[in-house]
Design a protein around this ligand. Structure first.
Ligand code: ASP
Length: 309
C-alpha cells in the first residue's frame, strides 16, 4: 500500500547564522510533529484530505510558523489569515481569505468545501459562516507574540510590507505552511495556510487561498502547495502551471516543478518554493530562495526534515 506526505513551513532567506541551535531544533521538531500526525492517518488507510488538514493544523497551532497562532500582524495590528484545501479525487476545493481569530483556518476552508456551494469566502461573510457552524474562535491574545509585534513595528517604521521575518540585510522569510499527500487509495490532496505579510493593508490577499495559485490537487496528475512572495505566485498561477506542464506537455513532476520554480518564477523575480506530489507518490520540493522549511515521508522512506539547500 503506497502513501506519501510532504509539508512546508515557509521559504525565504533562512540563514544558518541568523538561527540559534535551539530555534533550528524547534522548527525541525514542529515539522516532524506535523508529518507524524499526517502519517498516522495515511498508515490506517485514511484519506489524503484528512492527512493534509491534520498536518496543516499542527503547523497552525505552532507559533513558530506564519499561520494560525503564529500569523503575522497586519498594518491595523490585527491578524488576517488565508487558507485553502483541495481534494484531487472530487476536484472540489474550499478557501477562506482575510479571516480573524479562527484557530484553524484550514479546517474552515474544508467546511466551505463541504458545507457550501461556494469555493471561497472572505472577510465578514466568512466570519459569519464560521460562527454559524461553530468554528473554534480564539481571543486576540492567542495570536499575540512579541517577536511578531516587533516585526510590525519595524515595518511601520520603515513603511514597508514584510514577508514574515525580515532583517535589514534584506533577509526575507515566508512562513506559510502547507501539505500535500497521496493516500493508499490513490487519492491526492493539498492544503495551504498563512497569515500573509507583516504590515499588509487594505485587505491584501496572497496566493495561499487562491486555487490554482497557492494550492491545487487533481488525481489525474499532482497535488501542489506553495510558499513565497504571493503576488508573483498569483501572476504565475504556479500550482496549476505545474499540473498543466504535466498534463499537456507530459513533463515529470520533477521537471514541471523545477521549470516553474527555477525558471518561470525566477525570471519575473518571484521568490519562494513549493511542495508537490504525483499519483505514484513521487515528491518534489524545489525552492529558489536560500531555504525552505520542509519535510517528507512515504510508505518506504523514513521521515526527513530540512531547512537549507
Ligand atoms: N505566499 C504567502 C503570501 O504571499 C506568504 C508565504 O508564503 O509565507 O501571502
Amino acid at each position: 500500500m503506497k502513501y506519501s506526505l510532504a509539508i512546508h513551513g515557509g521559504a525565504g532567506t533562512i540563514l544558518p547564522e541568523s538561527m540559534t541551535r535551539e530555534k533550528e531544533q524547534a522548527y525541525l521538531q514542529g515539522l516532524k510533529d506535523a508529518l507524524q500526525i499526517g502519517e498516522q492517518i495515511l498508515i490506517k488507510n485514511g484519506s489524503a484530505l484528512d492527512a493534509v488538514e491534520a498536518a496543516v493544523k499542527v503547523l497552525e497551532d505552532n507559533p513558530l510558523f506564519n499561520a494560525g497562532r503564529g500569523a503575522v500582524f497586519t498594518h491595523d495590528k490585527t491578524h488576517e489569515m488565508d487558507a485553502s484545501i483541495m481534494c484531487g479525487k472530487s476536484i472540489t476545493a474550499g478557501a477562506v481569505a482575510g479571516v480573524k481569530n479562527i484557530k484553524n483556518p484550514v479546517s474552515l476552508a474544508r467546511k466551505v468545501m463541504e458545507k457550501t456551494e461556494h469555493v471561497m469566502l472572505c472577510g465578514e461573510g466568512a466570519m459569519n459562516f464560521a460562527k454559524l457552524i461553530n468554528t473554534e474562535i480564539m481571543p486576540d491574545d492567542y495570536f499575540y507574540s512579541e517577536e511578531r509585534y516587533q516585526q510590525l513595528h519595524q515595518a511601520l517604521a520603515e513603511d514597508i510590507i514584510l514577508l514574515d521575518h525580515y532583517h535589514k540585510t534584506n533577509d526575507k522569510k515566508f512562513g506559510t505552511v502547507g501539505a500535500v499527500a497521496l493516500d493508499t487509495n490513490g487519492n491526492l490532496a493539498a492544503a495551504t495556510s498563512t497569515g500573509g505579510m507583516t504590515n499588509k493593508k487594505f485587505g491584501r490577499v496572497g496566493d495561499s487561498p487562491i486555487i490554482g495559485a497557492g494550492t491545487y490537487a487533481n488525481n489525474a496528475k499532482c497535488a501542489v502547495s506553495c510558499t513565497g512572495h504571493g503576488e508573483y505566485f498569483i501572476k504565475s498561477v504556479v500550482a496549476y502551471d505545474v499540473f498543466c506542464l504535466m498534463e499537456y506537455k507530459q513533463l515529470s513532476l520533477e521537471q514541471a516543478c523545477h521549470l516553474v520554480v527555477n525558471t518561470k518564477l525566477k525570471n519575473i523575480g518571484g521568490e519562494g518554493g513549493l511542495i508537490a506530489i504525483d499519483k505514484e507518490g513521487n515528491i518534489s520540493m524545489p525552492f529558489n530562495s536560500i531555504g525552505m522549511y520542509r519535510g517528507m515521508l512515504s510508505h518506504n522512506k523514513p521521515l526527513h526534515v530540512a531547512i537549507y539547500k
